[in-house]
Design a protein around this ligand. Structure first.
Ligand code: F6R
Length: 604
């Protein structure tokens, strides 16, 4: 949600550079955007001599409601110091005026902001009494005015520090002043990452936006305040003002990984990357997985927690642990986990699954679990993310940047890790690797031309449908939930995933002639019972789509998926991803950026 990008350095096209950065953050979800530049004074001897002097005239801002699209910023003043924002509206409607950056009364202080200033009404009242004039309905604007107020007594950095400390809630900001060549970036809650270049520095809300400039980064921690200039970065604690060491980290992601290449959409690229991701996990993560198995063996009570697709992976984990490792694990949705906390003791282990490592409900869950003394295990895709840093034990999914909003390769990567972990727990790691390899082989067949054509033709048949049921049992139950979430989020067709046994407890009432019903029928103990579910749908006129290793007369349409034992859930889910992708693209929708959704859900 909301994206921040800032630049200070020798390049004269800072506004364009920032706009490019914002485009890389578009996938996070937004409804308006804006860029602010501190105009370089072309007559300045400092600038002409190559030194970046403090000769700025003012802050020029261009901001618009809607998507960036083909918009440009080449009408903005030439500048080597700029910042920008993609906004996800909270306080105030989606209008040009409410978009960020916001300015103070003098037009010399400007702010971009992620999060919500919870006490903004009280602060606004106080500022109004001091005769500040507000032009927007946002909570962000009060930050700029409060800085202006503190500037009456303090230098800029201190004014920002004092302002941030007055704001309650989870917030991340960059504040700039037209006479100061620094970005003051402060984080509490929403992610911010610093990027270090040669005589230039960056601030962004996501590391993937920095990859075309630098791989040297530092993820800010809650409470960090960074003063970022061309050649220097200073870190302090925003509450105490105490200095903190700058510790750079080199990202193992490449720029190419964050580009679409020949694919029309990131989602398709990411679907095709899944085999390589899983192979990578089987080659490089085994030692860590075995170590994690020992941690779990020692714990009394293991909980898996995730949100959205990651919650379905957690649910699948509970089946895998039971089936393969004969162990009971609890599973909870991130937003519900707070209500399970009473069970936790210092002997508990909480496995938090999150692609981004920034999902607010997950971070809150693990913070509370940590307070209870539980061991926190992170299975995440983002090195240095908040979850990664908080956790006691961690495994990186190694999927490379996942740009499409709908999670694909991180989902199957997490599943591969859980299959391997369950086998490691039962002392049969090598067998686990064989099972996961079967999944990659099954995926290869799925991605062959004929198979893709079949999936695409099915999508054509379903295009006009308003509702789809997806049923499964056992491990195919989370596969059904995952397929349904993908269909609804990118094709906007209502889809309901459910345990097949629940059909006759209610949902069957809605089945009528032609209602599509996707049934997962892998070669396991669920086959017979789930087939009965498909037959129940068929008997009421349902159009049955069987995703299975073999065809059956009850199927109106068959999508073959070859068996991969317990890991069949992986190619099954990939089939659902592909179907959703074609449903979306055939409808002319952009599967990478579904409406109303954001990649990183950093608010509650
Ligand atoms: C669905 C999807 C979301 C995410 C969820 C958690 O396709 O992508 O449901 O899985 O928002 O995100 P992370 O894994 O970053 O915590």
């Amino acid at each position: 949600m909301c994206g921040i990008f800032g630049y200070v350095g020798p390049k004269q096209n800072a506004a364009e550079l920032v706009l490019e950065g914002l485009k890389k953050l578009e996938y996070r979800g937004y409804d308006s955007w804006g860029v602010g530049v501190v105009e370089d004074d072309p007559t300045s001897s400092l600038v002409n001599s190559g030194l970046r002097g403090v000769t700025a005239k003012g802050i020029a801002v261009k901001k618009r409601a809607g998507k960036i699209g083909d918009a440009t910023v080449n009408d903005m003043p030439k500048s080597s110091f700029a910042f920008g924002h993609t906004r996800w509206a909270t306080h105030g409607g989606v209008t040009d005026i409410n978009a960020h950056p916001h300015l103070d009364c003098t037009g010399t202080v400007s702010v971009v902001h992620n999060g919500i200033v919870e006490n903004f009404e009280e602060l606004k009242e106080e500022l109004a009494k001091a005769h500040h004039r507000f032009v927007s309905e946002t909570d962000t604007e009060i930050i700029a005015h409060l800085i202006e107020e503190y500037l009456k007594k303090y230098p800029f950095e201190e004014a920002v520090r004092k302002t941030f400390n007055r704001c309650t809630g989870l917030n991340a900001i960059i504040a700039i002043h037209s006479a100061k060549r620094v970005m003051v970036a402060v984080r509490n809650g929403s992610p911010l990452v610093l990027g270090f270049g040669k005589n230039e520095n960056f601030v962004a809300s996501d590391a993937s936006a920095l990859l075309s400039h630098t791989r040297e980064v530092q993820f800010l921690e809650d409470g960090d305040m960074a003063v970022v200039g061309d050649t220097h970065v200073e870190l302090t604690n925003v509450a105490t003002g105490k200095k903190r060491e700058v510790k750079k980290l080199t990202l193992n992601w490449t720029m190419k990984q964050a580009e679409k290449g020949a694919y029309p959409f990131f989602m398709l690229k990411e679907i095709y990357e899944q085999q390589a991701v899983i192979k990578g996990i089987s080659h490089t993560s085994i030692k860590q997985i075995e170590h994690l198995a020992n941690v779990i063996k020692k714990s009394y009570g293991t909980y898996m927690v995730g949100c959205g697709s990651a919650s379905y992976v957690s649910l699948a984990g509970s089946y895998l642990f039971s089936k393969i490792a004969k162990r009971h694990v609890n599973y909870a949705i991130g937003s519900e986990f707070g209500y399970h906390l009473d069970f936790l003791t210092p002997k508990s282990t909480v496995i938090a699954l999150s692609q981004s490592g920034e999902t607010m409900d997950i971070l809150e869950s693990v913070k509370k679990a940590k307070e209870k003394g539980a061991t926190i295990v992170a299975i995440t895709n983002v090195l240095g993310s908040t979850l990664y840093r908080i956790a006691d034990e961690k495994i990186l999914i190694g999927a490379g940047p996942e740009i499409a909003v709908a999670s694909t390769k991180a989902v199957t990567g997490k599943l591969a890790i859980l299959v391997l972990l369950s086998y490691a727990l039962s002392g049969k790691t090598k067998e686990g690797i064989r099972v996961v390899t079967l999944a990659t082989e099954s995926m290869s067949k799925l991605l062959e031309k004929d198979s893709i054509r079949r999936i695409e033709s099915l999508a054509k048949k379903l295009l006009k449908k308003e509702h789809v049921y997806v049923i499964g049992r056992g491990l195919s139950y989370p596969a059904s939930l995952e397929t349904a979430i993908k269909i609804k989020e990118i094709s906007y067709i209502h889809a309901e995933g459910m345990a097949a046994g629940e059909l006759k407890h209610g949902p069957l009432a809605l089945v009528e002639k032609g209602t599509p019903c996707i049934a997962f029928l892998p070669d396991d103990e669920t086959y017979g019972a789930n087939l009965a579910g498909a037959m129940e749908m068929k008997a009421r006129g349902g159009y049955v789509i069987g995703i299975s290793h073999k065809n059956h007369e009850v199927f109106d349409y068959h999508l073959p998926v070859s068996d991969a034992r317990e890991a069949t859930i992986i190619p099954n889910i990939v089939t659902g991803q592909l179907l959703s992708y074609y449903l979306a693209t055939l409808k002319g929708l952009d599967p990478d950026k579904p409406r109303n959704l954001a990649k990183s859900v950093t608010v509650k």
